[in-house]
Write a protein that binds this ligand. Structure first.
Ligand code: NAD
Ligand code: DAU
Length: 340
């Protein structure tokens, strides 16, 4: 059995964080997981409801940018690894209102880094994104040495956080790793992102809004493959390094949406071409040969399998996304946590 560890997961009530907690609890039942989450509009306690009585899991409601809260956790618990998922994550929202992105994504990361420095936490893992590299033309892949050229306020805030992580490793000698992953999809993804929005709209016979002409390309990875990569990296990754994670699965947005309509069984006439996203990155594609060569990881789930599993999950869990779309889940949080 793997040696016992205590992992502080931030943003564990979000899409990837909750999938990661489920994955880790399944694979390492003796690990202790502390989940620090502010429960913003996309943090959903439902994602982890099976773990309410699980003795090795605890939830702390709080903001990663609140240094007192963060210090309190480190004083109460001996944390071995911090995995920082917490972020404002949606590009369109960052275009509307960038302020909160700077506070959570940059300042919040710095507060956690400061905690890691003060308390000499053995490892800090920063969950970053391919968007820090900017946009590709029709050929080539992002490598770990591609210059940072973020194009949206979201991407710029993530790039700034990455640079702060680097500064803390160089200046204070903390042990940290940065991971940069491409577009994830799978269960528990908030229905504002392309895939869950299109699945849920298709199921409700609503229009499917595609920005521009639908020819922008993303490199899709099934969320469980991302979790497996993080597992390998946090156990065997080298401190100070950056690891790209990708799906080797480039698809245009139009292809993705047509595939979803085919699985749901609805006509392509639901597609509605909409005005383009400002600064819309053309194409993302990851070179993950470093992770593959050094740590023997590669994605396992094909897009064809993953998208079928994902549509099936949204069909089987209509209550989950309908509660989100109606806002009912927010009222529940208010009742549970409003006065904390
Ligand atoms: P998400 O929006 O679904 O979840 C974010 C979580 O962070 C939520 O639970 C939210 O409540 C929490 N949170 C937000 N601000 C907080 C704060 N100040 N303090 C504590 N908790 C806070 O996001 P996601 O898609 O799961 O992404 C998770 C991480 O992975 C992010 O850092 C994102 O940049 C990165 N990432 C995402 C993708 C993707 O395709 N979704 C790809 C690569 C990297
Ligand atoms: O690449 C990793 C990034 O992937 C993560 O860092 C971000 O947190 C995550 O949100 C995601 O960013 P994208 O902007 O690529 O994802 P989104 O789902 O918003 O959009 C995917 C593509 O679909 C993009 O080209 C814009 C397009 N799109 C999106 C929406 C929501 C549409 O055409 N219509 C839509 O309604």
């Amino acid at each position: 059995m793997a040696e016992e560890k205590t992992i502080l997961v931030t943003g564990g009530c979000g899409f990837i964080g909750s999938n990661f907690i489920h994955y880790m609890v399944g694979k390492y039942p003796n690990y202790r997981i502390i989940n620090l989450d502010k429960l913003t509009y996309c943090g959903n306690l439902d994602n982890l409801c099976e773990l309410v009585d699980y003795p090795h899991y605890s939830f702390v409601k709080g903001d990663i940018a609140d240094s007192e809260k963060v210090r309190g956790i480190f004083q109460d618990e001996r944390v071995d690894v911090i995995v920082n998922f917490a972020a404002e994550s949606h590009v369109d929202r960052s275009i509307e209102d960038p302020d909160l992105f700077l506070r959570t994504n940059i300042l919040g990361t710095q507060v956690l880094l400061e905690g890691a420095r003060e308390m000499e936490i053995p490892l800090f893992v920063q969950i970053s994104t391919d968007e820090v590299y900017g946009s590709l033309g029709s050929s080539g892949l992002f490598t770990e040495t591609t210059p940072l050229r973020p194009n949206s306020p979201y991407a710029a805030s993530k790039a700034a956080a990455d640079l702060m992580v680097r500064a803390y490793t160089k200046t204070y000698g903390i042990d940290a790793i940065i991971t940069r992953c491409s577009n994830n999809y799978g269960p528990y993804q908030f229905p504002e992102k392309l895939i869950p929005l299109m699945i849920s709209n298709a199921m409700e016979d609503k229009e499917l809004p595609i920005y521009g002409d639908g020819s922008n390309v993303r490199d899709w990875i099934y969320v469980e493959d991302h979790c497996r990569a993080l597992d390998v990296i946090l156990h065997h990754g080298v401190s100070g390094e950056i690891y790209n994670i990708g799906g080797a699965c480039e698809r245009t947005n139009l292809d993705v949406v047509k595939t979803i309509l085919e699985i749901v069984g609805n006509p392509e006439s639901l597609i509605q071409f909409d005005k383009d996203r400002p600064g819309h990155d053309r194409r993302y594609a990851m070179d993950f040969s470093k992770l593959q060569g050094e740590l023997d990881w590669q994605p396992k789930v094909t897009f064809e399998e993953g998208i079928k599993q994902t549509v099936t999950w949204y069909i089987d869990n209509q209550d989950w996304w309908q509660r989100i779309k109606t806002g009912e889940y927010m009222e529940y949080y208010e009742r549970m946590y409003g006065n904390r």
